[in-house]
Ligand binder design. Structure first.
Ligand code: PBG
Length: 327
């Protein structure tokens, strides 16, 4: 009698060629989205200490970075702006001469429709207190006033030529208001990526250095989701779908793969996941110490996010991943 009669899964894992042929999930550079920080107050790109390989860009250096990414098959960038001046309302967010509208024009001029341009819509980079909109006397973000600002931001980015605007502030009603605003001003073609399930996460730490949006007190727990809540994430997702989102996003990614898998089952819209700054920084920090293989870990993290159901992955490693899969 044979002891191991029938199933021998190891047959199919024997050689690299067999493994590559049978891989269920792949990283396609066309599904990667590269975040770019554009700083209005610098003449030359500046490194971000906590995000190795990430720069604060001028519009011209953002174009160069986008050109390299596009050359490797990446199709999309996600823009964040760091303005020259901030105020309590965050009014530099909708300045047509601000960093994001300026960068959109430069990118569109340089790369035309080869590039899909996403513009993040939030006020936290533009307010002097670092919160996602104007505050009431108790220090809470005023929901509807924040949304009014987001509509103005979205219109400025649409007017500059963005393909997609991506409201990340987690204010109630933001997607519906932006959709109505865009439609009313003749921007029916501009889509909305809703940061639908965005958690109040410690993994955003390095982003706040990169975007110069450190909080002057308080936190974002009054509007972002509690990390413990899976059902509520589904509810938020359904609301944004009902409000007219074209693409929905889960953020962060790795600690929320259950949320992502739920989203894949409950929504047929394109699904994005944001592998956020802290997730990227952790891998680099450990790799710098020689504690793990950074390139392998980045691939594994990204392929896990794809396996859980994301069509699109927003990642600071987009260019490096695209380069790695090309070779
Ligand atoms: C703005 C915004 C944040 C991120 C994306 N958009 C910061 C925050 O909500 O505090 C985080 C991205 C990252 O960590 O990579 N609201």
């Amino acid at each position: 009698m044979r002891r191991f009669p029938t199933t021998r899964p190891r047959r199919l894992r024997r050689t690299p060629a067999l493994r590559a042929a049978l891989r269920e999930t792949r990283i396609d550079p066309a599904g990667l989205v590269l975040p770019l920080f554009v700083h209005a107050g610098i003449d030359a790109p500046a490194p971000v200490a906590s995000l190795p390989g990430v720069l604060q860009h001028t519009p011209d250096s953002a174009l160069e970075a986008a050109r390299v990414a596009v050359g490797l098959g990446v199709r999309s960038v996600l823009l964040f702006g760091i303005p020259a001046a901030k105020d309590a309302l965050g009014s530099s967010g909708w300045d047509p001469a601000g960093p994001v509208p300026t960068a959109i024009r430069v990118l569109r001029d340089g790369l035309g429709d080869q590039l899909v341009i996403w513009a993040d819509v939030c006020q936290c980079e533009y307010t002097d207190h670092g919160h996602c909109g104007p505050l009431d006397p108790s220090g809470a973000v005023r929901n509807d006033d924040a949304v009014t600002g987001y509509v103005r931001d979205a219109l400025a980015y649409a007017d500059a030529g963005a393909d997609l605007v991506a409201p990340s502030g987690m204010m109630d009603g933001q997607v519906a208001a932006i959709r109505a605003g865009l439609d009313a001003e003749g921007f029916a073609e501009v889509g909305i990526v809703a940061y639908a399930s965005k958690f109040a996460s410690a993994f955003y730490g390095p982003f706040r250095d990169a975007a110069g949006s450190a909080l002057e007190g308080g936190d974002r727990a009054g509007h972002q989701l509690d990390p413990a809540n899976r059902r509520e994430a589904r509810l938020e997702l359904a609301l944004d779908v009902a409000e007219g989102a074209d693409i929905v996003m889960v953020k962060p990614a790795l600690a929320y793969l259950d949320v992502l898998a739920d989203a894949r089952r409950s929504v047929d819209l394109p699904l994005a996941a944001y592998h956020v700054s802290g997730e990227y920084a952790m891998i680099h920090a450990a790799a710098q110490r020689g504690w793990l293989d950074g390139e392998q870990a980045m691939w594994e993290a990204t392929v896990s996010i794809r396996r859980a159901g994301a069509d699109l992955v927003v990642t600071y490693a987009a260019t490096a991943l695209a380069e790695a899969v090309a070779t």
